[in-house]
Write a protein that binds this ligand. Structure first.
Ligand SMILES: [Zn+2]
Length: 270
């Protein structure tokens, strides 16, 4: 079912999400839908903050749902199963912009195939600090690589950002800060962003920003991407210009199963 034709039947649910029916607004093309701007103001603190998102607009009703992201991921020692995933990223010209939540690069950067379905990489963006946690632990940041299938289902790869050496792959993006919107297109190979991770967490969740649509398969890699202290500080400073920070707090897992998986083939050999 398309996420934007979802019958919200949680009449007894949280907040003011009492209407029952079908959203009927016109569906923009999928790629536009991901970046869809809404007229309703929302943010990360105060009365427009995450605990109020579901109440700000009927369009944000899903923010009060029971399959929301991010979540606190459990600490695992061994993978339960192997994920049928292949990643085929390609170098492309990326366009930088500010979204309503932070720095974003749009590009046609290739595809991934998960369980036989192909998804196109359409953009990646950053959050500071991380949105997901592992065993209650946050990281300094998190990157989200957003992929969309022909039917409009999303797969988002989440990669934690951790303090370490300077990341030269991201340097051309960082050198545009804070003037990202006037930067010329940047040739970029997203496969250079994948850490040598062989394991990750898979679960069914949502966009972590309004409208919090619940049609997202998450793959959060175990291995972080390392950036220097200065790089992380610069990213956080850019986000602070837009919002105080841009991380939604972890949401209840409820009855969802979080799978800890090995990736075969590995996205990138070490
Ligand atoms: Zn995100």
């Amino acid at each position: 079912m398309n996420a934007f034709a979802h019958p919200w039947t949680r009449a007894g649910g949280r907040g003011r999400c009492r209407h029952v029916g079908i959203h009927t607004y016109n569906l923009p093309p999928t790629a536009t839908r991901i970046a869809m701007k809404t007229d309703t103001e929302w943010g990360y603190v105060g009365e427009e903050g995450p605990t109020h998102w579901a109440d700000l607009s009927n369009e944000f009703c899903a923010c009060g749902g029971d399959r929301q992201s991010p979540i606190d991921l459990p600490v695992h020692a061994a993978a339960e199963e192997t994920l049928a995933l292949s990643i085929d990223y390609t170098k492309a010209d990326g366009t930088l912009s500010y979204s309503s939540y932070g720095v974003k690069m749009q590009l046609k950067g290739g595809t991934l195939t998960l369980d036989g379905t192909t998804y196109e990489l359409v953009q990646f963006h950053f959050h500071t600090p991380s949105e997901h946690q592992i065993g209650g632990r946050s990281f300094p940041g998190e990157m989200h690589l957003v992929h969309v299938s022909e039917s409009g289902h999303l797969v988002v790869i989440g990669i934690f950002l951790e303090n370490g050496k300077t990341n030269s792959t991201l340097a051309p993006i960082w050198s545009t800060f804070p003037e990202v919107e006037t930067a010329p297109p940047i040739p970029f190979d997203p496969s250079d962003l994948l850490p040598p991770s062989r394991t990750g967490y898979v679960y069914e969740g949502s966009l972590t920003t309004p409208p919090c649509t619940e049609d997202v398969t998450w793959l959060v890699l175990s291995e972080p991407l390392y950036l220097s202290d200065v790089q992380i500080e610069k990213l956080a400073a850019v986000h602070a210009e837009i919002n105080v920070h841009n991380s939604r707090p972890v949401q209840p897992v409820n009855d969802r199963h979080v799978r800890f998986v090995s990736l075969h083939p590995a996205p990138r050999l070490a």
